[in-house]
Ligand binder design. Structure first.
Ligand code: ADP
Ligand code: MG
Length: 767
């Protein structure tokens, strides 16, 4: 080989170096694609690993686990629900048994519902099973893929190891080549030098390769670590999967068991249901039989009803036809009915007229009969009323009862006087138990005769405390004759109101010490006089005596109240005074017959006489004596008048007392008199009782003339000649006089009662 200058050599060397370099660079150029290739492979493997990891890594498994957990939870809930339903189903047969017999349809509905539920549950179980098998399949697939990936990973790792092996071998070769190149001879020194000049580059590349190799190895180690971790995770996932599988198997077993229980329950329920259905069926059959029987009955009824319906329809059609003609018929019927009614009304009217005539005739007859009755009873009637024993009678032997009655004869009274029994016969005797109404019943006829124009006197006679005021006035709660008489007059007058016009007036007077006073006047102390009418009618009247027209019971009560007030204010000791004076209530009833113009006047004199007890001459003096004398005088005069009437004497001494003079009209002739002799039943009063009863008996035996009405059309009755005072004084007109004397003709001085007066003219008030 030629020696070359360094430059030349250099050139040669350079070529050699260039060659060597080109050789080295060739070697490196050969390595670098391999390294690149390896790098790429490593990257792709890493990507593959990460892909696999993302695909099969912990996240997927976790997801799977979560899904399984959720599924588990759902299954658990399902199981719980199944258990609850099972319990419900278990409880239901008992309820069903208790509620038996349940209606068939309800039971079957329930069992159908249960069946639906069961099928639902079975479906759900099947679904769950399907899901489970799907999940199992999925897990299986995942496990397979995992195994596959593991295999691939192993392959990759093996490949990588081979590659590494190859690379390290090449590296070793490279090192060896480098070492052999270094170990070449000095001529080669230059080359070596050159090589040495050039080797740092190679060395740098080598070191870079080594570093890269190192880095790759580190990465491989890391990947290995990661792979290991993944393997561990996979293992734990496997474990979890097995656990979950075991749980699923357990749940399945539980589900199977529940299903079995449910099936059993279902079976028992089915049996119950079948039994119930059978029972219901049997019942239904029985009912059906009954219904069939009913149906048969109804059918037969229907068959029988059909002809009836046909006849009814026929009737209905007939009626319809009739109804069509009904308005005409109705009109005709109405016309005829109207005509009939008109005729009937006419007939009724004529009948009414006839009846009215008959009624009037009957009325007249009744009056006649009534008068006849009164006449038969006697114009002077005497009754006794025994009052009950009161507290005021005291106690002891003096207060013992001395009066007895005949149980068979109510007109007999027995008195035990000084140990001797004395009997009296009167028109009637009222025992202490007789009521105010009982007594009034007896005087009722007299009161009504007053409406017919008769004068009536009712006296209460007896010693003080024997019950005179009680009988005449009574108490507000239990009124006596006075109020009852007026009430009766009102009702009678009202009854006759269609034919008669009546005017009832009331006066109240008192006679004390032979002085007449007006109890309804403004000045009750004023003395009143009894006078003859100036018209020459022979009638008496009291100028200034107040007359109140009364139209109702209220009016009467006001009059009584007013009279009482006058008496109370005038006398300090009213009780004492009232027993020493005669109290008179004079009721005048004036009537006019609307159709005939007939006028009647009747007077009802209700007299509460002064006490009849005799006052011992020695014991009394002064005013007391004077009082007693006056009372004796007036009561004797009353007795004398009645005695004269009885014995039909020509002279009747009416004028011997104010009382008899005032009542002259009402005592004489056709007048009617009732004397109620009041009797005290106690022992201490027996002598006075004896005296009173004797007086009563004497009065009773007197007979007045036959009854005749004081009417304008009345007839004369001259059976008796009564005393008449011809002296006629002119009347003294008083400012308070309510009744002015009228005109009239005196036909006979001796008679003051039977006057025929012209109708429509005013007449004086008779007193
Ligand atoms: P007179 O008026 O005769 O003096 P009274 O009428 O004042 O007697 O009666 C005296 C007492 O006896 C009164 O307390 C009265 O209430 C009572 N009395 C009288 N008669 C009866 C009777 N029939 N029933 C009940 N009490 C009577
Ligand atoms: Mg009295």
């Amino acid at each position: 080989m030629p020696l070359r200058t360094p430059g030349e050599h250099s050139c040669n060397d350079c070529i050699t170096a260039q060659e060597a370099d080109s050789h080295t660079s060739l070697n490196l150029a050969n390595y670098s694609p391999m390294v690149e290739n390896l790098k790429e492979k490593l990257i792709s493997q890493a990507q593959e690993v990460s892909r696999l990891r993302s695909e099969l890594g912990g996240t997927d498994l976790e997801k799977l686990r979560d899904r399984l957990t959720v599924e588990n939870e759902r299954l658990r809930q399902e199981l719980r629900r199944c258990e609850a339903e099972l319990q419900g189903l278990r409880a239901q047969p008992a309820v069903a048994a208790a509620a038996a017999p349940c209606p068939g349809c309800e039971h079957s509905q329930e069992s159908a519902q249960l069946r639906d539920k069961l099928s639902q549950l079975q479906l759900e179980v099947a679904e769950n099973k399907g899901v489970l098998s799907e999940l199992n399949l999925e897990v299986q697939q995942k496990t397979d893929r995992l195994a596959e990936v593991e295999l691939r990973l192993k392959d990759c790792l093996a490949e990588k190891a081979q590659e590494e092996e190859r690379l390290s071998r090449r590296l070793r070769d490279s090192h060896e080549t480098i070492a052999s190149l270094r170990a070449q001879s000095p001529p080669v020194k230059y080359v070596i030098k050159t090589v040495e000049v050039e080797s740092p580059k190679t060395r740098q590349a080598l070191s870079e390769s080594q570093a890269r190799n190192q880095h790759l190895q580190e990465q491989v180690a890391m990947q290995r670590q990661v792979l290991k971790e993944m393997e561990q995770q996979l293992q734990s996932s496997h474990q979890l999967t097995t656990q979950l599988r075991a749980q699923i198997a357990m749940y399945e077993a539980e589900l199977e068991r529940a299903h079995g229980q449910m099936l059993e329950e279902m079976q028992s329920l089915e049996e119950d249901k079948n039994r119930a259905i059978e029972e219901a069926f049997a019942r239904a059959q029985v009912e059906m039989k009954a219904v069939h029987e009913n149906l048969a009955g109804v059918r037969t009824n229907l068959l029988t009803l059909q002809p009836a319906l046909r006849t009814l329809t026929n009737d209905y059609n007939g009626l319809k036809r009739q109804v069509r003609g009904f308005p005409l018929l109705l009109q005709e019927a109405l016309r005829s009915v109207k005509a009939e009614i008109g005729q009937a009304i006419e007939e009724v009217n004529s009948n009414n007229q006839e009846l009215l005539r008959k009624y009037r005739r009957e009325l007249q007859l009744r009056k006649k009969c009534h008068n006849e009755l009164v006449r038969l009873k006697g114009n002077i009637r005497v009754i006794a009323r025994v009052r009950p024993v009161t507290k005021e009678d005291g106690e002891g032997p003096e207060a013992t009862n001395a009066v007895t009655f005949d149980p068979d004869d109510d007109s007999i009274i027995h008195l035990l006087h000084k140990g001797k029994p004395v009997s009296f016969e009167l028109d009637k005797v009222f025992s202490p138990w007789a009521s105010q109404q009982d007594v009034f019943q007896e005087v009722q006829a007299l009161v009504t005769s007053c409406i017919d124009g008769f004068n009536v006197c009712i006296f209460a006679y007896g010693q003080t405390g024997a019950g005179k005021t009680y009988t005449m006035e009574g108490t507000p709660e239990n009124p006596g004759i006075n109020q009852r008489a007026l009430q009766l007059l009102f009702s009678e007058v009202q009854e006759k109101a269609s034919d008669w016009e009546y005017n009832i007036t009331v006066s109240a007077a008192e006679i004390y010490n032979e002085v007449l006073r007006d109890l309804l006047g403004k000045e009750p102390q004023e003395k009143l006089e009894i006078r003859l009418c100036p018209d020459g009618s022979g009638q008496l009247y009291v100028p200034g005596l107040t007359e109140f027209r009364v139209q109702s019971v209220d009016d009467i009560n006001k009059v009584f109240e007013f009279g009482h007030t006058n008496r109370t204010t005038e006398f300090t000791n009213l009780n004492e005074h009232s027993s020493r004076s005669h109290a008179l209530l004079i009721v005048t009833v004036r009537g006019t017959d609307c159709s005939t113009g007939l006028r009647t006047t009747g007077k009802l004199n209700l007299v509460d006489l002064a006490g009849s007890e005799r006052v011992g001459k020695s014991g009394a003096e002064g005013s007391r004596l004077r009082e007693a004398q006056h009372i004796n005088k007036s009561l004797s005069a009353l007795g004398d008048v009645i005695a004269a009437l009885r014995s039909r004497q020509g002279h009747v001494p009416f004028r011997n007392s104010k009382l008899t003079y005032l009542l002259q009209d009402s005592l004489s002739g056709d007048s009617k008199t009732l004397m109620v002799v009041q009797v005290s039943p106690v022992e201490k009063n027996t002598s006075e009782t004896l005296y009173s009863l004797k007086f009563a008996e004497r009065v009773r035996s007197v007979e007045l003339g036959p009854g005749a009405r004081r009417t304008e059309l009345g007839s004369w009755s001259s059976q008796e000649h009564l005393e008449w005072e011809p002296a006629c004084q002119a009347p003294q007109p008083s400012a308070r006089a309510h009744s002015a004397p009228g005109s009239g003709t005196t036909s006979r001085a001796g008679s003051i009662r039977r006057k025929l007066q012209p109708s429509g003219k005013s007449r004086p008030l008779p007193v």
